[in-house]
Structures are given as C-alpha cells and as structure tokens.
Design a binder for this molecule. Structure first.
Ligand code: ZN
Length: 187
C-alpha cells in the first residue's frame, strides 16, 4: 500500500464522495480478501475522520471507503477531548496517517443545543465545549463552521500533531457534510 501523498488522499476522498452522491452506493472494499490482508499486515488507513455521532453522517459510506481506509473518531458535535486527541496522536504517530479531517455537518443537534445554551447530565460537557467557540453568533451555518474550526484548533493543540503539521508531514482539514445532498465541501 505505502504511504500516500496528502493531495492523493484528498483527491481519493473527493472522488469517493462524488461516487456516493451520484451512485447512491458505497463501493468500498469490504471483501474477505481485504479483511484477511489487513488482519495479517495491520492497518494503514489513509485519513483520520473526526465526525459527529449523528446517524445520518456515516463516514465510510460518505467517502465510499472500505475496511482499513479510514480511522474514524465520532462524538456528538465532533468535539475533541483527551481520548479523541490520544486517538489522533496514535493514528498520526504510529500508523503514519497524514490527513486529519474534521467533518461537521448541517442540522447538527449538538451545535443547535450549544446555540440555545443548555443540556442535562453529561450533554452539558459537550455544550460547554462548543458554546464558547460560537461567540454569540446567531447564524446556524456560521456556528457549524465555527464548531468545525474549534475542533481543528483542539487537534492542533497536541504537541505531536502540531510538530508533524509544522514539518508538513500531516495536514488538518475542515469539511462540512450536507445530510440532504450527501456532498462534502472541504474548506
Ligand atoms: Zn451533529
């Protein structure tokens, strides 16, 4: 497989998303062959996808990806805490992943909840993470973008990730998924 260039990975993901929206199918490789080879040789995913737990945002389908291609981290509102940051550090530091994408989406319940400002139980910790990044902004689309950027900043707060980004070994991208059209827009 070998380590792919950053631009090649992004082009592959864009093409995969185009296939998903046009063909309404995921042609990713989920064969017995790929299961066997990845189990024998280990995983070499092309990208880390940090996205929302929302059931309408399934990253492997969205990018027409199969087994072993995406290292996926999902939390409501694609928020980043210590566990998520540790997972990303593992992917870039040990698996050699060079592309990290924060994939937000429209109609995100976590962003809406943060805009209205309160949640019960542990949901509050998600709200507390998102709300300050929104800076009293009233436009929901702008808030969704601000939330994606907030997670990107969190990722860059990792010393390891930051060093790899500085060395141009890793790049962190923001992108937004439209749950109606299926299209991903990269910033
Ligand atoms: Zn969401």
């Amino acid at each position: 497989m070998g380590i792919k260039g950053i631009e090649t990975v992004i082009e592959t993901l864009k093409k995969g998303n185009e296939n998903f929206t046009e063909l309404e199918k995921n042609h990713g490789d989920i064969s017995n062959f790929v299961r066997t080879t990845t189990s024998r040789d280990g995983q070499k995913p092309d990208a880390v996808i940090v996205t929302c737990s929302d059931s309408r945002v399934p990253p492997e389908h969205v990018f027409s990806a199969g087994i072993g291609e995406l290292f996926v981290i999902r939390t409501a509102g694609n928020v980043i805490g210590d566990f998520e940051l540790g997972s990303i550090e593992y992917a870039v530091g040990h698996l050699g992943v060079r592309v990290v994408i924060v994939l937000g989406h429209n109609h995100c319940g976590a962003v809406s909840a943060a805009m209205s400002g309160h949640g019960e139980g542990h949901i509050q910790s998600i709200i507390d993470e998102i709300k300050p990044a929104l800076k009293e902004e009233a436009d929901v689309s702008i808030c969704e973008r601000l939330n994606i950027e907030n997670s990107m900043n969190r990722i860059l707060s990792s010393k390891l990730v930051n060093e790899l980004v500085e060395a141009e070994s890793v790049k962190v991208f923001g992108a937004k998924y439209d749950i109606s059209t299926g299209k991903v827009d990269f910033f």
